[in-house]
Every structure is written in C-alpha cells, then in structure tokens.
Design a protein around this ligand. Structure first.
Ligand code: MRU
Length: 355
C-alpha cells in the first residue's frame, strides 16, 4: 500500500495548511507543495500536482478551509465574511478543472456547512477525505471476486489506463483498490499499465504505486493494448472515471473509450470502478459531460522535449466518454451496476449520491 500521503492537512483549522504531493515530479522526485492560499490549491489542481477525480475533490475541500482562514477575526459580522470568503474560494476552485464532478460535489458539500468557520469546514473536509477512503475500500472488496474469476479462468492479467490509484483518491484508489486487496489475498494476478499519453499518468504514477505495493506490473504503450489483448492473457480491463452520466456513460482519461472498444472486440469484460461521488445524474448521457481540452504543448513538447514541428496544430482532449453499452459493470461502493443503464444506475445508487 502507498505509504506516501498525497493529501494531508497540517496544523489546526485556523492557521493550518494543505500539504500536497506534487505528482508532476513523480516518479523521479517526492516533493511536497505546502498551500496556505486558495490560489495555490487551484493552481495545483490545474497543473495536475494533485489529480484524479476523488483527490481533486478532497484537495478542493481543504482549499475551502484555507479560503476562510483569511476572512478576519471572530466577532460580529464574522459569519457573513466567512460565507463570502467560502463562496469566493469555491468559485475559484470550481474554475480549476471542468470534467471531474467530484470537485463540484465536494465544493457543494463544503458550501452546505451552516456556520462556515475554519473549524467546521475542516471537520467537513476531513469527513469527505475519510469517506472517500472508505468508498475506495468497499470498491476494492467489490472488485476482488472479479479478479479472482479472471485468475480462475486462466486469464490472470488486468489491464488499466491512467492512474485511478491511491495517488488519485483519498484512499487505496478505485481501479487499483481490488488489485491491492487481491495482492493481500495472494491471488496470482498481474497488471498491464497503459503509459497514458500525453502526460504518462500510467507510466509515472500507476507503475510507481503498484511497484511500491509489490504488485506484478508491466508497462505498455497505449497503442500496444490490442496486441496484448489478442495474446489471451487479459481477463479484465478496469479503469476509473471522472464523471458518470445518469445512463452510465462514463468519462475518463482519453484513451479509455478505445480500450473499451478493443475489449469488446476481444471478448474481455470492461469495468469502471468509481464511487457514488463520481456520478452526475443531472446529466442524462455522456453527450452532456464537459470535456477538458488542455494545452497542445502537452502533446508536442511534453516534459520539455519537442516531438513535433513547432508549427503543427495539435488537438488535446484530456478525457473521452465510454458509452454504457461497452461497460460490463460499474463497480461502486454500493455494489455492482450490471448491466449498465439508467434504471440500474438509479437502483444501485438510490435517490442520493452521498454516503
Ligand atoms: O487528468 P487526470 O490525471 O486527473 O485524469 C485522471 C483520470 O482519468 C482517472 O482515471 C480518474 O480521475 C479516476 S481517479 C480514481
């Protein structure tokens, strides 16, 4: 399990600060960013120092505490000043990234705190953090049987994309949660991790954390997935999600959709692992999910090395949407949504998306 903390509150509510593991520096350096201004938290989310849908939500929740620290001393009018400061912090943080709905879910929860003192907000941020960890554990428990089934069927490899791991959440990850528990249960499985162009979250982050856990992981180029699947060893594909519409259409890191198409062609079940906080049931289907477009420099000048002529035009959607028909099941903390459609999403999640 990952011993390194990706998100940590240091100190008390009134003068404390948010410590974030700077994921842009991994795997070469383990460096932390200490944030005592809400702008720093928003920038850390934008530049992917903290990333992954649940982790973005947790970091933003703590960011709200920082936003209110500066609202002035206690006393007459304090509550109004704190409410204003909270609103401003939340709107800045909400503008940091558009796709991961956990961000907006966490900010809504923070804004529902009735007397938004730093102490009350820190308690709520800690609750969001702890609940995310609990949801990851339960997702893991709900995934292990699927890994075991694949192992028993003689297809012991799990293929994953991007990083839906401990680094991306407040706990043991979503897509990786079952892997960690399967390792504890001594299941003989292995993992293929897609590199995940252009920012290499699979290579830099998933491989980093799975190796620390002693999980048998092999890195592949994204474009090798079809060839690896044809080899017959892959028993399941499992990814995370950034936003899931009411009918189960799921947005995740660009390249996920093509994996789902490939998995269908090869008869391999494609699973999405996500907590209820990743569902946006106000959106009927995937067409309504906002897709982040990032700077073309990430493709043509990634990590400071120019790999295409400088005059080229590059198109860089950071996410894609996998249609629900291609998803064998969505693994949530509340159980499996299977088959995936609007009715089963509503049945498993019930009316509320909170835990
Ligand atoms: O751009 P990123 O690195 O934030 O993208 C992250 C992903 O796509 C993850 O798969 C997703 O957020 C799920 S994290 C449990």
């Amino acid at each position: 399990m990952l011993a390194i903390k990706n998100i940590e509150w240091i100190g008390d509510a009134r003068a404390g600060r948010l410590r974030l593991l700077d994921q842009t520096k991994l795997p070469e350096q383990v460096v932390y960013l200490d944030c005592d201004r809400v702008e720093q938290v928003a920038d850390a989310i934008k530049c992917l120092a903290v990333r992954g849908a649940p982790a973005i939500g947790v970091a933003a929740a703590y960011g709200c505490v920082i936003g209110v620290q500066a609202a002035g001393p206690e006393g007459a009018g304090a509550s109004e000043a704190q409410r204003d400061a909270l609103g401003q912090a939340a709107s800045l943080l909400a503008s940091s990234r558009p796709t991961a709905v956990n961000l907006f879910w966490a900010l809504d929860r923070m804004q529902c705190v009735s007397a938004p003192t730093p102490d009350a907000l820190l308690a709520e941020a800690r609750a969001i953090h702890e609940q995310d960890a609990a949801m990851c554990e339960q997702i893991g428990r709900n995934t292990v049987a699927l890994i075991e089934k694949a192992v028993r069927a003689g297809r012991p490899a799990v293929l994953t994309h991007c990083n839906a791991g401990a680094l991306a959440t407040g706990g043991i990850g979503t897509a990786t949660a079952g892997m960690y528990l399967a390792k504890q249960n001594k299941l003989a499985f292995r993992v293929y991790a897609d590199e995940t162009r252009p920012l290499l979250q699979g290579a830099r982050l998933t491989v980093f954390e799975l190796l620390i856990a002693g999980i048998d992981v092999e890195l592949i180029c994204d474009s090798a997935a079809a060839q690896v699947m044809r080899g017959g060893e892959v028993g399941m594909v499992i990814t995370g999600a950034d936003r899931i519409a009411a009918n189960g259409d799921s947005a995740n890191k660009v390249g996920t959709y093509s994996l789902a198409v490939l998995a269908r062609h090869h008869g391999i079940p494609f699973y999405v692992a996500a907590p209820s906080s990743t569902f946006d049931r106000a959106i009927a289907d995937g067409a309504g999910i906002p897709i982040e477009h990032r700077d073309a420099e990430e493709i043509v000048n990634g990590f400071g090395r120019r790999t295409a002529p400088s005059e080229v035009v590059a198109h860089n959607p950071a996410f894609d949407v996998t249609p629900h028909e291609l998803i064998e099941a969505i693994i949530t903390e509340k159980g499996l949504i299977q088959p995936v459609n609007a009715d089963t999403v509503a049945q498993v999640l019930g009316m509320s998306v909170t835990v």
